[in-house]
Design a protein around this ligand. Structure first.
Ligand SMILES: C=C(O[C@H]1C=CC=C(C(=O)O)[C@@H]1O)C(=O)O
Length: 461
């Protein structure tokens, strides 16, 4: 097995050859150079500066980005259209070279907060919505791995060689560190909850009143919980713990400055590969039980629960309605499947469709977000009600994030089971869908189970 320093020397040699072959005669757009890595990284170092990661254990996939080659940010009601315009203007001017024939491609991060008027996280430098091409990307999929070096044009071969050599020197030694051993569980102190359990019951009652006598059919209420650890949280360990506990979830980290937004989400807002679209309808939740007969009974009861099936159907209907103007052959499963996670089980219907020509992830995100899995039905009534009813700004919780290919296809994940981590403090968020027949105490327990996902991982971070 080659030592990191040998890997670094090989990459630098490949860099010199690769840069010489890049199309640098144009004065606009981006150039990206892919360099094969001899093996999949064992760790993704937390270097200073902007950084993101997406890890999915069951798919054996990871993507990470360091620094910025180009970025666009926006806020307000037209934020996604503005980023779409930037992405579409870039698409014909993003040249990539893959001299090692890795078969992988460059990528960008695209993500946004719950609403266009959610406050940008100023102290974290995380704007409301962001389209971000990293200066250095790491991409691994089923045993193949590559680095992607990107830069804006105009530029020169000398400048690229210098910048990218320095970037390799910073990053490569950290890619093959041994994985950290486990820590003993730390105590977490619950500092602040908004709303508390009594406030939650009141909010659910208000929502039920609106559902019974007003125009609302479903609304997803959420809560925030602040905890403090006895040691500063180590984000690397946290991501490792989340990946172990939730191998079928997408584990996400977004960091622009000191603090990190971290999620382990089971829910794809959308995935687009060529013209194939897949969207997850996930809504309707039950707990897990250590006893397998009791656990099976919980799953069966969930699949037979009228309240949970109605809660789920709102999401399916809204997704189909959102897909109709931009796709054909929309297929929904005959009945929901069970998605089982270590802390909860959900009703899950993967929905497939075939995209019309020229549809991209920006357009799909605009059509689909927010679904009634995180907002409610009807969309605008629920959003208006939440703006007044919910006692805090959701920020990026229930927003979405993912990676885009240079042709603007890609995948976005709903930011659930998440926390904002800063030093030894963490702000956690979780919600539950309220429909006719919901019970405040049961919904509170459901949010406790959802918060449990991040709480158990934080104990080992
Ligand atoms: C809003 C959340 O979950 C959504 C996704 C799956 C199941 C849900 C439910 O059963 O209420 C929610 O719609 C959350 O985890 O914070």
């Amino acid at each position: 097995m080659r030592a990191p320093l040998q890997v670094l020397d090989q990459l630098k040699a490949a860099l010199t050859e690769g840069v010489a072959a890049l199309p640098l005669d144009q004065d606009q757009g981006l150039v990206s150079l892919l360099l094969a890595l001899p093996r999949v990284p064992t760790s993704l170092p937390q270097l200073a500066g902007p950084h993101f990661q997406f890890r999915h254990v069951h798919r054996d996939e990871l993507r990470a980005g360091y620094g910025c080659a180009a970025e666009w940010s926006a806020e307000g009601p037209d934020r996604l259209q503005r980023l779409a315009a930037a992405g579409r203007a870039l698409r014909p001017h993003w040249d990539r070279a893959d001299p090692d024939e890795t078969g992988l491609d460059a990528f960008a991060m695209f993500g946004f907060a719950a609403t266009g008027d959610a406050a940008p996280m100023i102290e974290d430098h995380l704007p409301n919505a962001l389209f971000w091409v990293p200066e250095v990307g790491v991409r691994a999929c089923q045993g193949e791995a590559a680095l992607v070096l990107s830069a804006p044009r105009p530029t020169t071969a000398e400048r690229l060689l210098q910048r990218w050599s320095e970037a390799l020197e910073r990053l490569v030694p950290g890619l093959y560190r041994p994985v950290d051993g486990p820590l003993t569980a730390a105590h977490l102190r619950r500092d602040f909850a908004e709303p508390d359990q009594a406030g939650w019951a009141e909010l659910v009652d208000q929502a039920l009143h609106e559902i019974n006598y007003g125009s609302l059919q479903k609304v997803v209420l959420s809560r925030r919980l602040d905890v403090a650890g006895t040691r500063g949280f180590d984000v690397d360990r946290l991501l490792g713990a989340l990946s172990c506990l939730f191998p079928s979830c997408q584990v996400v980290q977004l960091r622009r400055n000191g603090s990190s937004f971290v999620a382990a989400t089971p829910e794809r807002l959308l995935s687009q590969q060529g013209r194939e679209i897949e969207v997850d309808a996930i809504a309707g939740t039950a707990g897990r039980d250590a006893d397998s007969a009791a656990d099976t009974a919980l799953g069966l009861a969930l699949r037979a629960s009228d309240k949970n099936l109605r809660e789920h159907q709102f999401v399916i209907d809204a997704i189909c309605e959102a897909l109709e103007p931009c796709s054909t052959d929309i297929e929904t499963p005959a009945e929901p499947q069970l998605m089982q996670l270590s802390n909860a089980q959900h009703l899950w219907s993967p929905i497939r469709a075939y995209a019309d020509e020229a549809v991209d992830v920006f357009q799909l995100a605009e059509q689909l977000h927010p679904t009634p899995a995180t907002n409610g039905q009807p969309r605008h009534t629920a959003r208006g009600w939440l703006q007044h009813g919910e006692p805090f700004d959701r920020g990026w919780y229930t927003g979405a994030a993912g990676t885009l290919e240079p042709d603007l296809s890609g995948e976005l994940w709903v930011l659930l089971r998440c926390a904002r981590i800063c030093g030894h403090r963490a702000e956690l968020y979780a919600g539950a869908g309220i429909v006719k027949g919901s019970d405040p105490a049961t919904e509170w327990d459901e949010t406790e189970a959802k918060l449990g996902a991040m709480l158990s991982a934080l104990q080992f971070a």
